[in-house]
Design a protein around this ligand. Structure first.
Ligand code: OGA
Ligand code: MN
Length: 287
């Protein structure tokens, strides 16, 4: 097993591990350690069906059911289908509601930050990817926090941020969230600054779902959120992942933001499967 950095701030590629061949406990511990320290882990050439992806993901913790499937189809599924290929392998075009809905992923965000217990990790596996376009970009809000002046860190540390799914999806356009779906996901309160329990490093917790800062009026809160986003996402801080089939990227939603670059769904097929590992509890109680 060999670790190769992806970006000076964060991220590592792990070579020499084939998940399909079985990952023993010491090897898994090393992957988990890399996840805690480096926030993004890339493992290439992984051939995994949904069952194997779910089984590997569960070693990180309990999985979140996909909230769109739960809200709209009333059933539990652990695989989020990312891209424009449906279950039957049919390419969906730009005017398809699912394709429109998924454009929300093109804003910088942290997965499930709108849940009271938000996501710890996401595991995204590429099945089919366009030859160009369709990259996914990552930045570290841990590195961004470390770059802040001391006075600003002191201002942020005690703050509470409101994350709201209906607010963020309203930026995509009207009618992308059904009433049932909205009712399931009321706004939630989170610590703005979160500390990694293993390394002690702090990161700030913003992204497209972050709506307001508690105790600040709307203009002041939104200005602070926008400033934190801008500081984190300057081009030199971005790791852009250009997908190959078989790439598995695991990221720490406590410490990075990500976004899809976008692609032309009328021209290209793009199919990735994602699992989402739940955190241990609300950020205000468990951190
Ligand atoms: C995700 C996501 C971006 C992309 O799967 O959580 O935001 O590039 N994906 O598809
Ligand atoms: Mn996402």
């Amino acid at each position: 097993m060999r670790l190769v950095p992806l970006h000076p701030d964060f991220g590592v590629r792990i070579d020499g591990v084939s998940i399909a061949d079985g990952v023993d406990a010491p090897t898994f511990d090393a992957v988990r350690e890399a996840f805690e320290r480096h926030s993004v882990v890339l493992m290439r050439d992984q051939t995994l069906d949904d069952e194997a992806l779910v089984a590997f993901s569960q070693r990180f913790g309990a999985l979140e059911p996909v909230h769109t499937t739960l809200a709209n189809e009333k059933r539990v599924d652990y695989i989020a289908r990312i891209g424009n290929v449906d279950r039957d392998g049919v390419q969906l075009r730009s005017d398809h509601p699912r394709v429109r809905y998924l454009r929300g992923n093109e804003m910088w965000h942290s997965d499930s930050s709108f849940r009271e217990t938000p996501a710890l990790a996401s595991l995204l596996l590429a099945h089919e990817v366009p030859a160009e376009e369709g990259a996914t970009e990552f930045v570290s809000t841990r590195a961004a926090y470390a770059r802040l002046p001391e006075s600003m860190r002191a201002e942020l540390d005690p703050l509470v941020v409101i994350h709201d799914f209906v607010y963020s999806r309203s930026k995509v356009g009207p009618g992308v969230v059904t009433d049932d779906h909205a009712a399931m996901l009321p706004p939630v309160r989170h610590r703005l600054v979160r500390e990694n329990p293993v390394t002690g490093e702090r990161a700030y917790y913003v992204g497209s779902h972050a709506r307001d800062i508690e105790g600040y009026d709307e203009a002041r809160g939104r200005a602070l959120i926008a400033d934190l986003m801008a500081r984190a996402t300057r081009p030199e801080h971005v790791y852009r992942h250009r997908w190959r089939p078989g790439d598995l990227v695991i990221w720490d939603n406590r410490a990075v933001l990500h976004r899809g670059q976008g692609f032309d769904p009328d021209r290209y097929r793009r199919k990735l499967h994602r699992t989402t590992v739940a955190g241990l509890g609300p950020t205000l109680t468990v951190g």
